[in-house]
Design a protein around this ligand. Structure first.
Ligand code: NAD
Ligand code: ZN
Length: 346
């Protein structure tokens, strides 16, 4: 089969590799019909995620059809059309029992396209298949279901729920990529008074307006702190959601929060960011971090099916699987191309 293989920082290739095989009786083999690229894949290519070894097939999002299941798989059959979640879960360990699947102690968590071969391929082996895939509902196209593999639960769980967004809040979202836009989407479910999107790319801010941001700030031209203070009688945001993953945006997210406010970090960080405790120790702030657990996937799937969440808005580009190199280029140059999620289909 062909797959997108990581060959060390800055290097990747769409190339011929061996087909995956069942190696554990909880595994399933999926024929990938639709997959996509995540901001995290760009971090991997920058060298920010050293656990990814050279030779690894990238990707942690897919919708496809089960081809084969191991003897221990109980709930899936060949022919089932399923969503593969970015997080795999054994379902039995202490953390899985708490719904904290991202921290699975038995070899689950974010493993696809990270510590094992991923979904940017014609076929993928999915471990712990019973607990790691979701039956795709009829009547909703694969590419919309695909948005539930990572971005929608990430923005909602790690941004909105960890940040405890409440009705009437002023919410600042730093970074209006697909994850930031998911946080904007999720925040609207609880009726904040203002959602402020902050980014350096006008194309992304334009998208943020379409997703429901009330105010947009291009932080290369405007001071986000002044804008937020203007909206909050000088106090700061009730909740800030960091959805970029560089030191400057974490530090900005902390600065934008009001005393007593909450800062939800979502971005994947490859280097140290400074927490200015000398400024913050009196301000009663709460900072949360998190790897998405995907416990909200069934809830969000119902909202996608009912169109309370319009997953179509994320999809800006469609490619064939053989167009992977071009799709990466378009996604990496989002400021120029306007790309949000690029979808690759068989
Ligand atoms: P993306 O790269 O598409 O979007 C990032 C956005 O940040 C871009 O629009 C970019 O213009 C903007 N940006 C860059 N530097 C900025 C700055 N200094 N100030 C303001 N904006 C700036 O990425 P994405 O797919 O939206 O993902 C966002 C982050 O979430 C990434 O770090 C990704 O790795 C992370 N992520 C985390 C989890 C998790 O479980 N915690 C899961 C998925 C993704
Ligand atoms: Zn587990």
């Amino acid at each position: 089969m062909r797959a997108m293989v990581y060959h060390g920082p800055g290097q990747k290739a769409w190339e011929e590799v061996p087909d995956p095989e069942i190696t554990d009786d909880g595994d399933a083999i999926l024929r990938v019909d639709t997959t996509t690229i995540c901001g995290t894949d760009l971090h991997i290519l920058k060298g920010d995620v050293p656990a990814v070894a050279s030779g690894r097939i990238l990707g942690h999002e897919a919708v496809g059809v089960i081809e084969e299941v191991g003897d221990g798989v109980r709930t899936l059959r060949p022919g089932d059309r399923v969503l593969v979640s970015c997080v795999s879960a054994c379902g039995n360990c202490r953390y899985c029992r708490e719904g904290r699947y991202g921290q699975c102690l038995s070899g689950g968590g974010w493993i696809l396209g990270h510590t094992i071969n991923g979904t940017q391929a014609e076929y993928v082996r999915v471990p712990f298949a019973d607990h790691s895939v979701y039956q795709a509902p009829d009547g909703v196209p694969d590419e919309e279901i695909l948005m539930l593999a990572d971005v929608l639960p990430t923005g909602y769980e790690v941004g909105v729920l960890n940040g405890h967004v409440r009705p009437g809040d002023v919410v600042a979202v730093v970074g209006a990529g697909p994850v930031g836009l998911s946080a904007i989407t999720g925040a609207q479910l609880v009726s904040p008074s203002h959602i402020v999107a902050i980014d350096l790319a006008d194309a992304r801010l334009e998208a943020a307006k379409g997703f429901g941001a009330d105010v947009t700030v291009n932080s290369s031209r405007e001071d986000p702190l002044a804008v937020i203070r203007g909206l909050t009688t000088g106090l700061g945001a009730d909740v800030t959601i960091e959805a970029v993953g560089v030191p400057a945006t974490f530090e900005l997210a902390v600065k934008l929060a009001r005393p007593g406010g909450r800062i939800a970090n979502v971005g994947v960080h490859g280097e140290a960011a400074t927490l200015h405790l000398e400024d913050q120790w009196t301000r009663d702030i709460t900072i949360t971090t998190g790897l998405v657990d995907t416990y909200s996937t069934p809830t969000l799937m119902r909202l996608v099916v009912s169109r309370q969440i319009d997953a179509r808005k994320f999809i800006t580009h469609n490619f064939g699987l053989d167009d992977f190199p071009e799709a990466y280029d378009v996604f990496a140059r989002a400021a120029d191309t306007g790309a949000l999620k690029v979808v690759l289909s068989r």
